[in-house]
Ligand binder design. Structure first.
Ligand SMILES: [Zn+2]
Length: 310
């Protein structure tokens, strides 16, 4: 016989093991980048930036995660003011180079607050955003989420104190906003063997469902977000660590970033995948992101998620 309190206790337990309701992939427009940028090249960065004639498309995504404690963003996309406001990037040199590295296709509808509104979420209600790294196409929406705590790694934040961060597309004007609640954090040591090789972890909600891992290389303080709960395949949102999941498996380094740091992070992620065999790797600028998330979160046998390391 099942009594009512057993049923509610069981559903409470299930809730505790499944704190994330959904993960939505949203795009703040799309762009084109050079083939050498996405897939790597023997040429130095400036050379391919100025001479390449091959362009490949990429989406500029962010992720809306519905956690029990409230909606959480992973990155905030690009601000369409980049194409509509000629002063958005104040330096002439920056504008000149940007047009040689990217072609942007953005509309006013692609702004973070407009996208969230279409999802029934008021931008002002967002209380937490995890920023994978400080590039302008990941922090572009922060002006529209004034109540959000903006989590960024201490190492990434330190770039603002180094000379000329704008040379690496870290644009102070769009980061150091009045009233922006930046929260640079330090990764905490862990003895959990799942995370061996990573230089610490950061448990975002305190329930193990959203864990940040340092994955430097694209920028010195880039991070990834591991989402784990019963019934789903574990998901690793890797930001710009790679532009396509297969490139990480093949050890194909892109045309930007620190190659040695990228290779070390690739290895750490592949080792994580060997310990969490169902791990789904989701890059930010991958058109396959929505399909990857849909597959990872599709209903599956409980035993499968258990064997994935829960
Ligand atoms: Zn980037």
């Amino acid at each position: 016989m099942v009594i009512a309190s057993d049923v509610s206790e069981r559903s409470e337990q299930r809730d505790r093991r499944r704190p994330v309701r959904s993960i939505d992939v949203r795009t703040t427009g799309w762009a084109e980048q050079h083939r050498e940028h996405r897939y790597g090249s023997w040429k130095p960065r400036l050379l391919w930036a100025l001479t390449s004639r091959s362009w490949v498309k990429l989406p500029i995504n962010f992720f809306l995660i519905h956690h029990r404690d409230g909606p959480v963003l992973f990155d905030t996309g690009v601000d369409p003011a980049l194409v509509s406001d000629p002063n958005y990037i104040s330096q002439a040199m920056g504008r000149f180079l940007l047009n040689r590295i990217f072609r942007f296709h953005l509309t006013a509808d692609d702004r973070l607050d407009a996208i969230l509104a279409r999802d029934g979420v008021a931008a002002r209600d967002i209380r937490l955003a995890v920023i994978s790294h400080l590039h302008f196409d990941h922090v572009g929406g922060i002006a529209h989420i004034p109540k959000a705590r903006l989590l960024v790694s201490e190492r990434e934040w330190a770039q603002l104190s180094e000379p000329h961060p704008e040379r690496e597309w870290i644009l102070r004007d769009h980061i150091e906003l009045l009233g922006a609640h930046w929260h640079p954090f330090a990764f905490q040591p862990t003895d959990d063997p799942i995370f061996a090789g990573f230089d610490g972890i950061y448990d975002v909600a305190g329930d193990g469902s959203m864990v940040l891992l340092p994955t430097p290389g694209h920028t010195p303080g880039s991070l990834s977000l591991l989402i784990r709960q019963d019934g789903w395949a574990p998901i690793l949102l890797v930001g710009d660590l790679t532009y396509e999941a297969a490139l990480l498996d093949q050890d194909t380094i892109p045309g930007t970033g620190d190659a040695d740091l990228l290779r070390a992070s690739y290895e750490n992620v592949r080792n994580l995948k060997s310990r969490l065999p169902d791990l789904v790797i989701v890059p930010s600028h991958d058109f396959a992101a929505a399909d990857l998330i849909a597959n990872a979160t599709a209903p599956r046998p409980v035993s499968a998620s258990r064997s994935a390391g829960r």
